[in-house]
Design a binder for this molecule. Structure first.
Ligand code: PMP
Length: 408
C-alpha cells in the first residue's frame, strides 16, 4: 500500500544507515535541514564529473551543456511551483538571500512613514532584512499578533493593513510551531488593499505542493536544503511585473547587458538578479530533488507525515510535564515542546545520547519564544522518510530524560 511505498524510500537516503554511538540514527531535525537521496548526491557528482564549466559564457561544448542543465533546472523549478513564466524563477543561495533580495531591491522604493507588515511567528530571516530596510528608508515595521495556539490573529492582520503598507512578509509554515497559515486568504486581504505579499516558503515546500498562481502571492522564497536538495541553493519566485520594475540588488557578471564607466544596462530576467557565477551544480541537483519529491508525491508525503504528527501529538499529550508550543488546527509535521523545568538544551543532549537528533533553542524566532514565555523549545520535525518507530524512539528517549531529571 501507500504507507509501505513511502517507507521503501528510506533506502534512497544513504545517511539513514549510519549510527550514532552504535545506535541507529533517528533524524528528527528536518526543519533545520533534510537528508539527501542518492539521486541528488549523484546529480551533484555527475555535474562535476561530466559537465563542469561556467554557464552563459562559453561557446565551447561543456559550457553549453552546463548552461542547458542549469536552465533545465529552472524549468523544473518553474513547474514545481507552477510559476507562469521561467523568467519569474531566480536562483538564490536560500530563503535568507531571497528575502534580502526583495527587502533591498523592492525595498529601495520605501520612504519615511511607509509600513512593512510581518507577523509574530517569522523566522529572523523574515524579520531582520525588513528591519534593515526600515533603517535605510525610515519605514516602520508592524507585527501581526499570534494567539495561544500559535495561529495568526486574522482580524488584527486586516486592521494592520493601512494605506501606508508597502509589503506583507508572511511565513507559509512556521518553523518553530508548525502552523500552516491561511496564506491564500491573507494574500487576498492584502491585495484588496493593493499590498503585495512575500511568502516565506522555507518550511512549506517539503510538505505541501506549491502553486504560486493559485496562492496569488507576489514573491515566494524557499531553500533547497530543506527540500532534500543541496545547501547553498534556493529559489525566489517573483511576479514578472514586479521583478521588471525592481532595480538589481547585486552587481557583477551575468546581470549586465552592457557596461561602460558612464552607464551600465542590465540583463533580462531572471539574470538581472543572478550576479556572479551561480551554484550551478547545486541548482541542477535541486532540480533533481524536486523531481524526486514529485515522484514520491505530495499526497503520499502529506498522508504519511500527518500520521506521524498525529502519533507524536497523542504521545506528547499523554507525556507527564510536557507542554506543546503550537497547537494550531492546521499544522505541518513539526512538534515543538518544553519539558517541565528541564532546559531544552539538556533534553537535546540526552536525546543525542540515544541517537535521536532534534533541534533545541529559539529556532531563529526569538520574538515568538518570548510570546510563549519560553527561552527555547525542543523541536522534532518530520520528513517523508521518518517512521512510527522514530516517533517511539523519541518518546523512549524523553522517558530517559524524566529518569535523569525526575518529575521536575
Ligand atoms: N524561514 C524559515 C521559516 C525557516 O525555517 C528558515 C530556515 N530555518 C529560513 C527562513 C532561513 O532559511 P535559510 O537558512 O536556508 O536561508
Amino acid at each position: 500500500g501507500a504507507a509501505s511505498d513511502i517507507l521503501r524510500r528510506r533506502a534512497d537516503f544513504p545517511i539513514l544507515a549510519r549510527t550514532v554511538d552504535d545506535r541507529p540514527l533517528v533524524y528528527l531535525d528536518n526543519g533545520a535541514t533534510s537528508q539527501k537521496p542518492q539521486c541528488v548526491i549523484d546529480a551533484e557528482a555527475h555535474y562535476y564529473a561530466h559537465l563542469n564549466a561556467n554557464v552563459h559564457r562559453g561557446v565551447h561544448r561543456l559550457s553549453q551543456e552546463a548552461t542547458d542543465a542549469y536552465e533545465a533546472a529552472r524549468d523544473t523549478a518553474q513547474a514545481f511551483i507552477n510559476a507562469a513564466q521561467r523568467e519569474e524563477v531566480v536562483f538564490v543561495r536560500g530563503t535568507t538571500e531571497a528575502i534580502n533580495l526583495v527587502a533591498n531591491s523592492f525595498g529601495a522604493r520605501f520612504r519615511t512613514g511607509d509600513e512593512i507588515l510581518i507577523t509574530g511567528m517569522e523566522h529572523h530571516s523574515n524579520i531582520v532584512p525588513w528591519q534593515l530596510a526600515c533603517e535605510r528608508s525610515g519605514a516602520v515595521l508592524k507585527v501581526v499578533p499570534v494567539d495561544d495556539d500559535g495561529e495568526l490573529d486574522v482580524a488584527a492582520f486586516a486592521a494592520l493593513l493601512s494605506p501606508r503598507t508597502r509589503i506583507v512578509g508572511l511565513t507559509h509554515v512556521s518553523n518553530a510551531l508548525g502552523t500552516i497559515n491561511p496564506v491564500r486568504e491573507l494574500t487576498a486581504r492584502a491585495h484588496a488593499r493593493g499590498v503585495p505579499v512575500l511568502l516565506d516558503g522555507a518550511q512549506a515546500v517539503p510538505h505541501l505542493a506549491i502553486d504560486v498562481q493559485a496562492l496569488d502571492c507576489d514573491f515566494y522564497a524557499f531553500s533547497g536544503h530543506k527540500l532534500y536538495g543541496p545547501t547553498g541553493t534556493g529559489v525566489l519566485y517573483g511576479r514578472r511585473a514586479l521583478l521588471e520594475a525592481m532595480p538589481p540588488w547585486q552587481g557583477g557578471g551575468d546581470m549586465i547587458r552592457q557596461v561602460s564607466f558612464e552607464r551600465t544596462t542590465y540583463n533580462d530576467l531572471p539574470y538581472k538578479f543572478e550576479a556572479g557565477t551561480p551554484n550551478i551544480a547545486g541548482a541542477i541537483a535541486l532540480g533533481e530533488a524536486m523531481r524526486y519529491v514529485c515522484d514520491v508525491g505530495f499526497d503520499a508525503i502529506a498522508a504519511h507525515e500527518a500520521a506521524l504528527l498525529r502519533d507524536a501529538t497523542e504521545r506528547a499529550r499523554a507525556f507527564p510535564g510536557l507542554r506543546l508550543i503550537g497547537t494550531a488546527r492546521e499544522k505541518a509535521a513539526i512538534l515543538s515542546f518544553v519539558l517541565a523545568d528541564v532546559h531544552a538544551h539538556d533534553v537535546g543532549s540526552i536525546l543525542d545520547h540515544e541517537g535521536v537528533a532534534v533541534r533545541t533553542g529559539h529556532h531563529c524566532a526569538m520574538p515568538l519564544m518570548e510570546r510563549f514565555g519560553v527561552a527555547a523549545t525542543v523541536r522534532a520535525s518530520f520528513a517523508l522518510y521518518n517512521t512510527h518507530e522514530d516517533v517511539a524512539a523519541l518518546f523512549a528517549a524523553l522517558a530517559k530524560v524524566r529518569e535523569v531529571f525526575g518529575d521536575a
